[in-house]
Design a binder for this molecule. Structure first.
Ligand code: ADP
Length: 285
């Protein structure tokens, strides 16, 4: 079983990005800048936010964090985001999830202007992706999976792809991207009956259910490629995925390990979207 590790893929992407950032800054005199909006102090969110900032610095990009306390009102956070939307020195904006309960996701989705929506949450960007229009953004995690498949030269045209999960930010856009790349896509979710029968048809099995070790080797067809999007911290402090890798090598041809598989791709794609936003915004001035 081949291990589809993210490191060489992310390293190559970062090398390319670094050259593009340099040429953008030489041409425009400004550095691409990412703004992260963080509400509350969920420990995982604080760690992710700081990782995003460090990764931006490593590529000579700028970043800022707009931080609010847990009890901040949606009104004041929205106002700050409107300010960032208008600020010409900011190119990409993302709102760190999860947000406190006072925030209504169906309203928040519209807050970041589509031109700076590097997470691709805005309904306009969701629609653009669905229609295959190039001016939008692609959500970072499914885009990261596509980069891994491309890097390891895994041809998916005509293959059966099964996705477990239908979230707005992973499962659904993953299906769209695979379909656009000519896979035959089947999407499973909580109400799916006879899951193993379906997964046994998968040449490519993508697991994004947010359930620790939901899938094991008994679900996997011989020779399948298994992509694990899950990230869980066990009570012993280990990081594990939605797929239990025990004995997987007896059936799968390739697998993205957790940690070190899909996870590290997400930040690389976020920075790539931020640079893209900066390039587009600089052209429209
Ligand atoms: P993520 O952000 O990784 O996509 P979410 O929690 O937003 O995670 O979504 C989880 C998705 O996984 C949902 O679409 C849900 O229907 C699916 N799912 C959860 N449990 C199961 C299960 N036991 N079998 C199949 N699908 C599941």
């Amino acid at each position: 079983m081949k291990l589809l590790e993210a490191k060489p893929v992310a390293d190559k992407m970062k090398q390319d990005l670094s050259k593009r950032v340099e040429s953008f800054t030489r041409r425009t005199g400004v550095k691409p800048k990412l703004a992260v909006v963080l509400v509350g102090d969920d420990p995982a969110s604080v760690i992710y936010t700081s990782k995003k900032g460090k990764a931006a610095e490593a590529l000579a990009m700028e970043h800022l964090t707009a931080r609010f306390s847990e009890d901040a009102s949606p009104f004041e956070v929205h106002q700050k985001i409107q300010e960032l939307n208008q600020d010409p020195s900011v190119h990409g904006i993302l709102i760190q999830r999860p947000l406190p309960k006072a925030f209504k996701e169906e309203e928040v989705l519209y807050w970041v202007t589509p031109e700076k929506d590097v997470d691709a949450f805005h309904p306009l960007n969701v629609g653009r992706l669905s229609l295959g229009l190039k001016e939008g953004f692609t959500p970072c995690t499914p885009a990261g999976v596509m980069e891994i498949l491309k890097f390891y030269e895994i041809d998916i045209a005509g293959k059966n792809a099964v996705i477990i999960g239908r979230s707005a930010i992973v499962g659904k856009p993953m299906a769209t991207l695979l379909l656009q790349n000519d896979a035959t896509v089947m999407q499973c979710h909580r109400r799916t009956c006879a899951l193993p029968e379906i997964t046994h048809k998968a040449d490519l099995l993508i697991v994004a259910a947010g359930k620790h070790h939901l899938i094991d080797k008994s679900f996997v067809k011989k020779g399948a490629i298994v992509i694990d999007v899950g990230i869980h911290r066990t009570p012993e402090g280990k990081v594990e995925g939605d797929v239990n890798p025990a004995g997987l090598e007896q059936v799968a041809a390739a697998y993205t390990p957790v940690p070190g598989g899909v996870g590290p791709m997400t930040i690389a794609l976020l920075l790539s979207n931020t640079l893209r936003a900066a390039e587009r915004l600089s052209r429209s001035i």
